[in-house]
Write a protein that binds this ligand. Structure first.
Ligand SMILES: [Zn+2]
Length: 260
């Protein structure tokens, strides 16, 4: 079945509605500053399993802007874990997620959505200005593209992924400088494989890493503490959990990765 001909390829811009008082409780959290958070933009690379856990929470917290990128189309098999409904099947994921984020908003969050993958957005020179990017894709070519693109612009990127059995996940923070994703996974630059259709996926582990990713956004924008740049989590075995402050690799396969 060829769906591409019926799927919209036009970017959209939506705006949330402010709900006075909705931010009351989180303003009492030490380090959280609504005035700052509601002026910051997060680019979400992907609009599937991980971003479905991240973007609604960013909207609920009243982020200033969310930019969504994805060229994929919603299928029935996504509905167990992604923020889509039966009405969305056959629609572009980035556009459908943008619509579904509107009722999640508590502030005038600007939601900018492009029905393209990151590489195409870059090729089209679409504006990806932001304060933080979150890479929630399922393939290494896009992770490497995100690492290079945002590093060159001095923008931190939060990488997150889960394993195929749905019991492990990690979050890695690539700062403005310091270690990049290829310092953590040097083989990533030579891996041009894409996951097979029908890869196993379940919501619980995605929610676990999604929560860590959303918290990490706060640590990058405001005064909430974080003592790690790499964090891994196991649902079954707490002894497999871990956190570390990883250094840059001496011979990183992404050259000049410490340049801005
Ligand atoms: Zn590196």
């Amino acid at each position: 079945m060829q769906k591409m001909f019926t799927v919209s390829r036009k970017s959209i811009l939506l705006k949330g509605t402010s709900i006075p008082g909705a931010e009351d409780r989180q303003q009492k959290i030490p380090g959280f500053d609504q005035g700052i958070f509601s002026k910051r933009r997060v680019v979400c690379v992907g609009a599937g399993g991980i971003i479905s856990q991240v973007a609604p929470t960013l909207a609920r917290k009243g982020v200033g802007g969310i930019t969504l990128l994805d060229d994929d189309v919603v299928e029935a098999s996504n509905l167990n874990r992604q923020r889509f409904y039966i009405k969305d099947i056959g629609q572009n994921k980035a556009l459908a997620l943008a619509e579904n984020l509107l009722p999640e908003c508590i502030a005038e969050t600007e939601i900018c959505s492009h029905p393209f993958r990151l590489e195409e957005v870059i090729a089209r020179q679409i504006d990806l200005t932001c304060d933080v990017a979150i890479c929630g894709v399922d393939n290494n070519p896009a992770r490497v593209a995100a690492s290079r693109y945002f590093r060159a612009r001095g923008i931190p990127v939060i990488f997150t992924a889960v394993n195929l059995t749905g019991d492990h996940g990690y979050v890695f923070v690539q700062g403005k400088d310091g270690p990049c994703i290829a310092c953590l996974f040097p083989d990533i630059v030579n891996d041009d494989r894409y996951p097979c259709p029908g890869t196993p996926a379940i919501a619980d582990i995605l929610q676990a890493v999604g929560s860590l990713a959303v918290y990490t956004v706060d640590t990058l924008l405001m005064d909430r503490p974080r003592k790690w740049n790499y964090r891994r989590i196991s649902l079954a075995d707490g002894s497999q959990d871990g956190s570390a402050l990883l250094p840059a690799r001496l011979h990183c396969p992404i050259p000049n990765h410490q340049e801005k």
